[in-house]
Design a protein around this ligand. Structure first.
Ligand SMILES: [Zn+2]
Length: 428
């Protein structure tokens, strides 16, 4: 009997390619998709690697110290703005969603969903471990403001909303952040993705960039523009700072995207959030090293067709090119990234002060009605970016770095997007 039991045990161990340990010890080790940026000097790219998931606290619920990955929930979308989403997510407690073996103490995924869920965990973990260097804040500063853990809905089932706006969902990144609930969404991969975007560190870092922008620029407030009564709308005509205005402004949405792309570049060391994810090599329109268009070109779709993302790309490029002052010196690059974070953190306050406030245009009719513009309006959006940049630059002290930043902003935004009046803080 004992001999038979022994043989059954041996058989299961060999057939399943797994040892008998059903729950490995912490810290968990798992085979995941891992991204190696070019800047490390190793060969850049993607590979399946054994990595330690050091902040994973419970394997089956994918609960980590700062976030939890929730597979198989549902999402009712009410609107999307770029990779920002509004809608309601609900989690189903499918703790059996993961299928894996344990081999020599390492979690080995048995299906693609499990590989991607663990890889997404890894990508979020990399993002959180970059926060101190790139923003100056501890990861807890972020997780505590959302009640302890960010919730990340993994491959949720999307339920159609009645408003018909669901049709707009064409998320380039297959990942989204909901600033109203502080939830993230990682959608099912599409067939054209080479690297599943939900496991892509560059994409996850971009999405978390929106959470950082929410904290720094929006002061973690839920800026929702509400269509209320006529009286309110009349008062908005003269109120440059009515609640929710900046959440619907085309230019601010763009700057939010650009800041997220810059944070992704600082965290991952790669200056193009999209390369490597889609077929076809070469830089995309989101590349931060290219100079193919300026603000004045934005009314022509042929040069940048990414709508408000194009404004963001100009901002991200100016920041990234200023960062080139520091070459490959990581600690100086991170110090610059922290100064950018601090300047964004002061921007909304500085916007309310006289010089930037005077540049800020009175709200457009669309903004008053909480509608986002469909396309750029060079004069109006240019005044918004000018006011924002003037306020942002106040966060930098005079010196070589600020001069370089000014020069890059002038070259990207020109006299429409960075007016002469807005350049008071620049010395040339
Ligand atoms: Zn985005």
């Amino acid at each position: 009997m004992r001999v038979l039991f022994f043989f059954i045990v041996i058989f299961i161990a060999i057939a399943g390619c797994a040892d008998l340990q059903t729950s490995p010890d912490r810290p968990y080790k798992a085979q995941v998709l891992h991204f190696e940026p070019q800047s490390t000097g190793n060969s850049s790219g993607w590979s399946v690697q054994e990595r330690t998931l050091s902040t994973l606290e419970d394997l089956n619920s994918l609960k980590g110290r700062y976030f939890q990955i929730l597979p198989g929930g549902t999402l009712q979308i009410t609107s999307t703005v770029g990779s920002l989403i509004t809608g309601t997510g609900s989690a189903s407690s499918s703790s059996d969603a993961l299928r894996y073996n344990i081999k020599n103490g390492v979690i080995v995924p048995r299906d693609t969903t499990t590989l991607l869920a663990l890889s997404s965990f890894h990508a979020f973990e990399q993002t959180f471990s970059s926060l101190k260097e790139t923003t100056g804040l501890e990861p807890e500063a972020f997780s505590e403001q959302v009640g302890g853990r960010y919730r990340i809905f993994f491959e949720p089932v999307i339920s159609l909303s009645d408003s018909g706006e669901t049709a707009q969902i064409s998320l380039k990144l297959n990942a989204a952040f909901n600033p109203e609930s502080d939830n993230f969404f990682l959608f099912k991969r599409s067939e054209i993705e080479q690297i599943p975007l939900a496991a892509n560190f560059k994409v996850i870092a971009h999405e978390f960039g929106h959470a950082i922008f929410k904290r720094a620029f929006f002061k973690q407030k839920n800026e929702v523009c509400l269509n209320t009564n006529d009286e309110t709308k009349i008062s908005r005509q003269t109120d440059k700072f009515f609640p929710g205005r900046f959440a619907v402004e085309y230019a601010i949405s763009g700057l939010n995207e650009g800041f997220a792309d810059f944070m992704s570049a600082m965290m991952t060391g790669e200056a193009d959030v999209l390369t490597g994810s889609f077929p076809g090599d070469g830089p995309t329109s989101r590349s931060l090293t290219s100079t193919r268009f300026t603000f004045a070109d934005l009314s022509r779709d042929s040069l940048c067709s990414g709508k408000f993302y194009c404004i963001g790309t100009l901002f991200a490029r100016a920041l990234y090119k200023t960062a080139q002052l520091y070459g490959d010196d990581k600690s100086s690059l991170y110090a610059f990234s922290r100064r950018v974070y601090r300047a964004i953190d002061q921007t909304s306050e500085n916007l309310a002060q006289s010089s930037a406030r005077d540049i800020l245009p009175i709200p457009s009719t669309e903004a008053i009605f909480c509608k986002r513009s469909e396309s750029v309006r060079l004069a109006y959006d240019g005044l918004l970016t000018s006011a924002f940049l003037a306020a942002f630059l106040q966060g930098f002290s005079a010196g070589n770095e600020k001069s370089q930043l000014c020069a890059q902003l002038v070259s990207a935004f020109g006299s429409f997007g960075f007016t002469l009046e807005a350049r008071g803080g620049c010395q040339f």
